[in-house]
Each structure stands twice: as structure tokens, then as C-alpha cells.
Design a protein around this ligand. Structure first.
Ligand SMILES: O=C(O)[C@H](O)[C@H](O)COP(=O)(O)O
Ligand SMILES: [Mg+2]
Length: 309
């Protein structure tokens, strides 16, 4: 059966009012919806204020694992967007909770080898999960001839590592990938904070977390368990926190294969795509498109038309 095409809301204040009235909770993706890197999109603050003024709950749900929830609260505040830490769900947090409370590896092999930035380290620390790697400056170097033997005989590896967790790492290199691969060959569990192929930034695209972990997938032939969107781990955590009525909850995102899929698989009342990030109209109009949003707008601030109706 042909996928029903999404309803285009931009410029239709009546339809926008009706859209907003259907929901009590809006789950907002961040990169590509609210901002591009540190560039806040115009009208975002006012749009969130409009929704909150109408009694809507706003929750932030990001796959970006470079920052902790506290870091995100600081960024949101700096952008003029008030938030509480418990209204922020990020893939570093989701991953740390999964490792600490669900995976629960028996000591001593419960240590995590992190490929990623400080956001992952902060959240693992908060959950009491030991880790190595991450932002360790000792790993930000070229591999040396003696490293090959050290990795082969394990003398360069930590025997307590039982998990490799791969996220967005702006300092990825051959040494880290070699270490991650050796840990996986030794039986470590393979996890990823998220599998986004690209990172929308500075109005273009850069390697995403998924493109950091793909060398390990290629070497092992194994796909990691990914804890970010569209995994429902975060949806379950959000539902648990806010007692969601999923039918009255809407996911707002820029990526079909993470945000919109997250909302559809979570059986939410609706999904709204914006065209300021990764996905484009053509992505859901193409023949056999697997993921189609229920609604879309050019940019988030188009919802402000509700003020004038
Ligand atoms: O590569 C990544 O990790 C993602 O592109 C990025 O950070 C996605 O963040 P989101 O759009 O979920 O806020
Ligand atoms: Mg996004």
C-alpha cells in the first residue's frame, strides 16, 4: 500500500493550530532542528515559548553523544532556551544507563573502552561505570611500531575491558580503532551511542557517530547495539519519566532514519519533519520510502504562524 504522504504545514496557520492542539508533549531532536552546531536557527526560542505558553511539555532528545545532559542544559541556556536536566535525553546518558542498569557486567570485566568525547565519560562516571580511552591524551597520537606488538600480546590493553562503546569522536585515529578492534576480538561487547551517518554542522555535513564505528563493523562483521534513536531505549526512559500518553506525543526531527523512525516505532501520535537538517522531501517521496513523517514544515519556526490565527 502506498505510503500516505505527509501534510505540509508551512504557511497554513489553521492547520498548524490544529496540529499543535493534538499533542501535550513535543519531543525535540536538537542538531538540525534547533541549531546547526552553535548556530541557533531563527525563531526557535519563540516557537518553544509558544508551545510552553500553551501548556505543552517540551523534551529534548538528541543522538549527539559528545555532551552530557548537564552540558546540553548549559548549551540550551546559552541559546536562551530554559530547560531542566531531566527534560534532556542524550545518547551518552542512554548508553551509560544501559551499561550500568541493564547490561550490568560482573566485575572486574565491566570496564568500557570509549571511542568518543567527554559527554560519554561524564555520563559513565555518573553511573559509576569504569572506563578507559575517550579523551585520554595518550591515545591522541600516531600508532608507533612497538604498539603493534603491545596490542597483539595484550600488554597495551586493559584486561578489565568488557565493552567497546563507540560514539562521535572528533579525534578518531588508527591507534584507537586498533585498540577497539583488539578488545572486540577478545570478546568485549560492541555498543554504539548512535549510528547517524552524518553530523549536520555549519550548514553542511560531517562524519557522524555511525561513520566512526563503521570501521569496527567492517573488521568484525558485527553490528553494534545502538542506544540512541531509533532504539526505543530512550522512548521507554522518557515514558517512564513523564508518564507519556504516546497518542498525545509528537516527535520533531530532521532525520528520517533516526528521529521519525523513533516516533513511528514508538507509536507516537505524530511525527513532524523539518527541512533544516539531514533529510529532504525527496527522501520520503522516493518509491518504496520506508519512513514517512505525518507532517512537515520548512523550519521549526514556521509553527509560529499559530500565533496569528
Ligand atoms: O553524528 C551524530 O552523533 C549525529 O549526527 C548528531 O549528533 C545527531 O544529533 P541529533 O540530531 O540527534 O540532535
Ligand atoms: Mg538531528
Amino acid at each position: 500500500m502506498a505510503q500516505t504522504q505527509p501534510k505540509y504545514l508551512t504557511g497554513d496557520s489553521g492547520a498548524i493550530n490544529e496540529f499543535i492542539g493534538q499533542f501535550d508533549v513535543f519531543l525535540f531532536d536538537c542538531d538540525g532542528v534547533l541549531w546547526s552546531g552553535d548556530h541557533l536557527f531563527e525563531g526557535v526560542v519563540e516557537t518553544l515559548e509558544l508551545l510552553r505558553a500553551r501548556g505543552k511539555r517540551v523534551v529534548f532528545v538528541t543522538n549527539n553523544s559528545t555532551k552530557s545532559r548537564q552540558d546540553y542544559q548549559k548549551k540550551l541556556t546559552a541559546m536562551g532556551i530554559p530547560s531542566r536536566v531531566d527534560e534532556i535525553f542524550a545518547s551518552a546518558y542512554s548508553s551509560a544507563v544501559y551499561i550500568a542498569r541493564i547490561l550490568r557486567l560482573p566485575e572486574p570485566r565491566n570496564k568500557v573502552f570509549v571511542i568518543g568525547e567527554s559527554g560519554i565519560e561524564t555520563e559513565l562516571r555518573a553511573e559509576g561505570v569504569p572506563f578507559v580511552g575517550g579523551t585520554d591524551p595518550a591515545l591522541r597520537r600516531d600508532i608507533a611500531p612497538e604498539d603493534f606488538a603491545g596490542l597483539a600480546d595484550g600488554s597495551l590493553l586493559d584486561p578489565d575491558v568488557g565493552v567497546v562503546l563507540a560514539g562521535l569522536d572528533f579525534h578518531i585515529n588508527y591507534l584507537k580503532l586498533s585498540m577497539g578492534f583488539q578488545y572486540l576480538r577478545r570478546g568485549a561487547k560492541f555498543l554504539a551511542t548512535n549510528l547517524d551517518s552524518t553530523l549536520p554542522m555549519s550548514h553542511t555535513f560531517f562524519p557522524g557517530a555511525g561513520s566512526i564505528s563503521v570501521p569496527l563493523v567492517n573488521m568484525t562483521g558485527e553490528a553494534p547495539i545502538a542506544l540512541g534513536k531509533p532504539s526505543q531505549a530512550m522512548m521507554d526512559a522518557i515514558e517512564g519519566k513523564f508518564q507519556l500518553d504516546r497518542a498525545r506525543t509528537c516527535m520533531v526531527g530532521d532525520r528520517l532514519d533516526t528521529d521519525i523512525k523513533f516516533g513511528i516505532q514508538g507509536k507516537l501520535g505524530g511525527t513532524l519533519a523539518v527541512l533544516t537538517g539531514v533529510s529532504s522531501k525527496g527522501d520520503w517521496e522516493q518509491e518504496g520510502a520506508e519512513v514517512v513523517p505525518a507532517y512537515y514544515v520548512d523550519k521549526l519556526s514556521d509553527l509560529r504562524a499559530a500565533e496569528t490565527s
